[in-house]
Design a protein around this ligand. Structure first.
Ligand SMILES: *Cc1c(COP(=O)(O)O)cnc(C)c1O
Length: 378
C-alpha cells in the first residue's frame, strides 16, 4: 500500500488484499459483485459480474446438476422464480397441462400473471392418463408434473406421461421438491426438466429461500433458460447459494431419516381409531403405491397427510395439541411441522377440511409417534 495516500483512500484499499493462496476447507463466500479484469481483457475463470456468474452459485449449480443427473442447472432466488423461468421459456400462444392439485401458487402464477402473456393452461388429474391425453392440444408445449402431490400425495406415473408427451412432441417438467433426487430422479425416467424449491429439503433448515431448474441436456432449452436467468436476474445471493450448498452436504442423511420416520408414523396413524385416512405412498393400500415403488427408490419421502376422524374443528384441535409438530407452513426442515391446508389454500381449495399435512423432521421417531398418541387422546 502506498504511504502517501489520503486516509479515505487507504480505508478503501487497505481491506481489499488477501493472500491468494489461502486454502479454506469450507468454500469462501464471494460477495463481490464485480471482478478484476486482466491486462489482456480476460477474466479469471470467466467471472465478470455476479448476476451473470458467481463462484458460490456456480458451485451450487454444478452440485444440483450432478444430483439430478442433468447437463446443467440454473439457480434462482426462490422456487417460484425457478417456475417462472420455465414458463418464460415458452412462447405466447403456447398451452400447458398442470396437475389439478399442483402447488397452489403455480396455478395462481399462470392465472394471475401468465394469462396476460397469452400462455394458457388446463388443470388435469395426472393420475388419469386418458384425461391427460384428451387435454393435449396442438399448441400444448409442456406437461408440468408434481409427484407425490400436495397435499393428497397422489402419485403420477412419470414414465407414462413422458411416453404421451413424446408422441405429442412436448416437454415434461417435474417439480421434484418433495421427493428430492435422493428418492426420485425424473430425468432418468425421461423428463426434460426438473424444478425444485431448494427452500425445502435442499436448504433443509428453514432459513434460506431458493429454487432451481435442471435440464437433461445442453441445447436450445438450456441456452434459453440460461439467458432468462441472467437477463431477468432472479438469481440467489451468494450467501443463499452457500447455505443451500451447505444443506446439500447432509441431504441424503436427512431425507433418508425423515422418510424412515414418516413411514413409521404413517403405519402408526393408519391403525389409530382417531384417524380416518392416511395419505402416504409408502402404505400398500395407497392407490399410488405400485407406481411409487417403481419410480422412487429408498423410501417414499418425509411428507404425509392425515384425515382426522371428525370435522375441521377436530383437526384444528389435534394440530394444537401436538407439542413437537409446530403449526406452520413450509416443509423439509429439521423440525416437524403440521398444517391445516384447506385454510391456507383459498376459496377454491379441493382439500378435505379434516386434513392435516405433516412435514416430518429429524426428531427421534419414537418421540414423534408418542406426540401423536397424546394429541389424539383415547
Ligand atoms: C415451496 C414449494 C414451491 C415454491 O417454492 P418457493 O421457494 O416458496 O418459491 C414450489 N413447489 C413446491 C412443491 C413447493 O413445496
Amino acid at each position: 500500500m502506498q504511504k502517501d495516500l489520503h486516509p479515505a483512500t487507504q480505508a478503501i484499499h487497505s481491506v481489499q488484499q488477501l493472500p491468494e493462496d489461502i486454502r479454506p476447507v469450507v468454500p469462501a463466500l464471494y460477495l463481490s459483485t464485480t471482478y478484476r479484469r486482466n491486462e489482456d481483457g480476460s477474466y479469471n475463470h470467466g467471472f465478470v459480474y455476479s448476476r451473470a456468474e458467481n463462484p458460490n452459485r456456480q458451485l451450487l449449480e454444478h452440485s444440483l446438476a450432478q444430483l439430478e443427473g442433468g447437463a446443467a442447472a440454473f439457480a434462482f432466488g426462490s422456487g417460484m422464480a425457478a417456475v417462472t423461468a420455465v414458463f418464460q421459456s415458452l412462447r405466447a400462444g403456447d398451452h400447458l397441462l398442470l396437475p389439478d392439485d399442483a402447488y397452489y401458487n403455480v396455478q395462481l402464477l399462470l392465472r394471475e400473471v401468465f394469462a396476460d402473456w397469452d400462455l394458457s393452461y388446463t388443470p388435469v388429474n395426472m393420475v388419469d392418463l386418458a384425461a391427460v391425453a384428451a387435454a393435449l392440444r396442438p399448441n400444448t408445449r409442456l406437461i408440468w408434473l408434481e409427484t407425490p402431490s400436495n397435499p393428497l400425495l397422489k402419485v403420477t406415473d412419470i414414465r407414462a406421461i413422458v411416453a404421451l408427451a413424446k408422441t405429442h412432441g412436448c416437454l415434461v417438467a417435474v417439480d421434484n421438491t418433495w421427493p428430492t433426487p435422493v428418492l426420485q430422479k425424473p430425468l432418468d425416467l425421461g423428463a426434460d426438466i426438473v424444478m425444485h424449491s431448494t427452500t425445502k429439503y435442499f436448504g433443509g433448515h428453514s432459513d434460506v429461500l431458493g429454487g432451481c431448474v435442471i435440464v437433461r441436456e445442453e441445447g436450445e432449452l438450456a441456452t434459453r433458460l440460461r439467458r432468462i436467468q441472467v437477463l431477468t436476474g432472479g438469481v440467489p445471493s451468494p450467501f443463499d447459494a452457500w447455505l443451500v450448498a451447505r444443506g446439500i452436504q447432509t441431504l441424503h442423511l436427512r431425507v433418508g431419516a425423515q422418510s424412515h420416520s414418516a413411514a413409521q408414523l404413517a403405519v402408526f396413524l393408519a391403525s389409530h381409531p382417531g384417524i380416518e385416512r392416511v395419505n402416504y405412498p409408502g402404505l400398500p393400500g395407497h392407490p399410488g403405491h405400485a407406481v411409487a415403488s417403481q419410480q422412487m427408490q429408498g423410501g417414499f419421502g418425509g411428507m404425509l397427510s392425515v384425515q382426522i376422524r371428525g370435522d375441521r374443528t377436530a383437526a384444528m384441535r389435534v394440530a394444537a395439541c401436538l407439542r413437537l409438530f409446530t403449526t406452520a407452513t413450509s416443509l423439509g426442515g429439521v423440525e416437524s411441522l403440521v398444517e391445516h391446508r384447506r385454510s391456507v389454500e383459498g376459496p377454491d381449495s379441493q382439500t378435505p377440511d379434516n386434513l392435516l399435512r405433516l412435514s416430518v423432521g429429524l426428531e427421534n421417531t419414537a418421540d414423534l409417534l408418542a406426540d401423536w398418541e397424546q394429541a389424539l387422546g383415547d
